[in-house]
Design a protein around this ligand. Structure first.
Ligand code: GDP
Ligand code: IMO
Ligand code: MG
Length: 434
């Protein structure tokens, strides 16, 4: 048995969905442990495109069990819609292969209204959230006013909790955010049927995981967002509202750290970011434009254009430490094909200093200038390559240099969105040597 966590090392959208779908073949279970439907994870199977926001990316494998852990915030309408869309495409989704933690918090209509209202109020200081109510839902969880799935599926408890919280939410919505109030009756009318649909899927996820551990099944933990969107370790306040680092797989699923055997850090071969916040290697020129176009860098959740720039190994090294990575998966290497020179940021220039560690203070980070190393590019099409020796020499040199700079073994190289467009150098489920 080997239990692996897959997390993003940058600002999200590194290709977690593709790699989780690929690795799920070997796993018994796939577990989401944080975030919500702010995530958009893409899988391309036999040319068919699937985007998953809340259901784990193992769902396309009919025999695998997908779990939504306690650390996730779940919008029941989105979850049900996703279940229906999968079924309509012939994918089986039932309480046998999809379960949601009793402790997972429910995203309510007022969370979405508050998310929109507070972004509007911030004006040009807005964070650029996905507007899915993620932050306000986590706020309620931490201030102990949230509604969990075990509350949602008990109509009496649900109604009581709602009647306690609504006056406060409506005061905030109307008087502070100048938004519309929400109405208890209409929430009940909308949410009680959701509860009926989802009740058979609600379970004790920690218990299910402990049985899998006893049965020696491989478990795959699927992170959402990326390390630099982590609430503690990211570019605060331009972050999401959960811990996105691998350590949270334990907390957000209900399993202890002794059960985790490996952590794969997803590294896009360049860098992207959606929403606001500092981004030292961002490109505002035709190369940035070219990467955006060739990489089809549009958000899988909001459709927003992703900001693009060169690979930043200060960022990835930071993630290697914060997550104790045992391996990395480099994705979208094919997007760099055709560039004469490929740049890698190895350090930052800050005033007179050369920084090799990612700074915490936003003010410092905003003034950092990337220091680049130039590598020769390659022009041969690499999108069908499955063996590392078939990669052009310069593409191999690029991967090697990333490995050296991040001091972590490259285990997977992705050269296209499809399952087969992958070079596996080392099976992540093989236990790392101590
Ligand atoms: P996630 O949020 O980390 O799962 O990533 P997204 O799904 O939001 O964004 C990654 C995008 O890149 C998706 O459209 C994938 O289909 C696509 N993709 C993944 N790996 C590769 C690759 O190696 N090459 C190319 N060209 N596209 C890829
Ligand atoms: P996946 O899992 C990229 C960004 C938003 C915004 C910030 C806060 O697909 O990699 P939120 O709605 O979470 O309060 O927004 O975080 N963000 C993501 N960016 N990929 C994601 O998920 C993201 N989830 C949130 O754009 O800047
Ligand atoms: Mg995404």
């Amino acid at each position: 048995m080997s239990n692996i966590v897959v997390i993003g090392t940058q600002w999200g959208d590194e290709g977690k969905g593709k790699v989780v779908d690929l690795l799920a073949r070997k796993a018994g279970m796939v577990v989401r442990f944080q975030g919500g439907n702010n995530a958009g994870h893409t899988m391309v199977v036999d040319g068919e495109l699937f985007i998953s926001h809340i259901i784990p990316s193992g769902i396309l494998h009919p025999e695998k069990v997908c779990l939504i852990g306690n650390g996730v915030v779940v919008d029941p309408a989105v979850l049900i819609q996703e279940m229906q869309q999968l079924r309509a495409r012939g994918i089986s989704v039932s309480p046998r292969n999809l379960m949601i933690s009793e402790n997972a918090h429910v995203i309510m209509p007022y969370h979405k209204s508050i998310d929109h209202g507070s972004e509007r109020l911030k004006g040009d200081k807005k964070l650029g959230t996905t507007g899915r109510g993620i932050g306000p839902c986590y706020e309620d969880k931490v201030t102990r006013r949230g509604i969990r799935f075990c509350d949602l599926i008990d109509p009496e408890v649900f109604e009581e909790k709602l009647s306690i919280i609504l006056p406060e939410k409506n005061f905030y919505l109307k008087d502070f955010l100048k938004s519309e109030a929400v109405d208890q009756e209409s929430i009940l009318r909308e949410y009680l049927p959701y509860a009926d649909t989802l009740r058979p899927h609600v379970a004790n996820i920690s218990l299910i995981l402990s049985r899998a551990v006893k049965a020696e099944d491989h478990i795959l933990f699927e992170g959402a967002q990326g390390t630099h969107l982590d609430i503690d370790h990211g570019t605060y306040p331009y972050v999401t509202s959960s811990n996105t680092v691998a350590g949270n797989a334990c907390c957000g699923a209900g399993i202890g750290p002794t059960r985790i055997h490996g952590v794969i850090g997803m590294v896009k071969a360049y860098t992207t970011r959606v929403g606001r916040g500092p981004f030292p290697t961002e490109l505002h020129d035709e190369i940035g434009e070219r990467i955006q176009q060739k990489g089809a860098e549009f958000g899988a959740t909001t459709g927003r254009r992703r900001r693009c720039g060169w690979l930043d190994t200060v960022v990835v090294r930071n993630a290697a430490r914060l997550n104790s990575l045992t391996g990395i998966a480099i994705t979208k290497l094919d997007v760099l094909t055709g560039l004469k020179t490929v740049k890698i940021c190895t350090a930052y220039r800050y005033k007179e200093d050369r920084l090799t560690e990612f700074p915490t203070a936003l003010k410092v980070l905003e003034e950092c200038e990337p220091i680049y190393e130039d590598l020769p590019g390659w022009s041969d099409d690499i999108t069908a390559i499955q063996d590392v020796d078939d990669l052009p020499k310069n593409a191999r040199a690029y991967v090697k240099r990333v490995e050296e700079l991040v001091e972590t073994q490259v285990q997977i190289i992705s050269v296209g969105p499809g399952r087969k467009q992958t070079v596996v150098l080392q099976d992540p489920f093989d236990r790392p040597k101590p």
